[in-house]
Design a protein around this ligand. Structure first.
Ligand code: SAM
Length: 213
């Protein structure tokens, strides 16, 4: 993704501290109480410009959504989307998702979405992939028992890597779809990348997995 530097991003983020949580590490263990309604929490890692999380929040008022995006110039787009949808069940975190166990207590999260995660195709960068086993270990810890991971990508190599990684970790694969859009799933909410790649004719892969209790 070509990211244009936005010198105003810092101020914009600070002005929206009801959307971007200013002290995320202090909320560990009490995320549920931070929202207007105490209800299940779905976490998206690598939220990008926020189309998915904002629309999901609009479609599912009975769920609280947390989106993690480490790039300031990108998260500002997500803030705008959340404002456009006028939803109160979203918080965005401008942090790196490397230390999730410092952000969330055990079992605090009900579902994790990984949407078009950076594939890091070079072997020497495999540890950076969000489905590398070190990340899966953290997901297992913060997810409630039987909590689900839902992954979408257009990148075949990353998809295959993730399926193997999930299986080797002992996760159960609940769904593996090689052409999501052919399913015409009415619940599917497209991300920015999903729109871009499907317009090019790329098939979209999706898998759902959970760690057995
Ligand atoms: N999910 C969006 C979509 O589908 O349109 C954006 C996909 S983009 C390829 C991946 C996004 O994840 C980027 O905005 C990147 O900054 C963010 N990201 C990647 N690794 C991250 C990490 N470790 N912590 C937080 N954000 C991350």
């Amino acid at each position: 993704m070509r990211i244009r530097n936005k010198p105003w991003a810092d101020d914009f983020i600070k002005e929206h501290d009801h959307i971007v949580e200013p002290s995320p590490y202090a909320q560990k263990g009490s995320w549920r109480q931070l929202f207007q309604k105490e209800q299940p929490i779905h976490l998206e890692i690598g939220t990008g410009k926020g189309q998915f999380i904002a629309k999901m929040a609009r479609n599912h008022p009975d769920i609280n959504f947390i989106g993690i995006e480490r790039v300031k110039s990108v998260i500002v787009g997500a803030i705008k989307k959340v404002k456009e949808e006028d939803v109160v069940n979203v918080r965005l975190l401008n942090v790196n998702a490397e230390n999730l166990c410092e952000l969330f207590a055990d079992d605090e999260i009900d579902r994790i979405y990984l949407n078009f995660s950076d594939p890091w195709p070079k072997k020497r960068h495999a540890k950076r992939r969000l489905t590398y086993h070190t990340f899966l270990k953290q997901y297992q810890q913060i997810l409630k028992p039987e909590g689900e991971i839902v992954l979408k990508t257009d990148n075949q190599q990353f998809f295959e890597f993730s399926l193997v990684s999930f299986s080797q970790f002992g996760m159960v694969l609940d769904e593996v779809t090689l052409d999501l859009h052919q399913l015409k799933d009415p619940e599917n909410v497209m991300t920015e990348y999903e729109e871009k790649f499907s317009e090019k004719g790329n098939p979209i892969y999706r898998c759902k997995a959970h760690v057995p209790a």
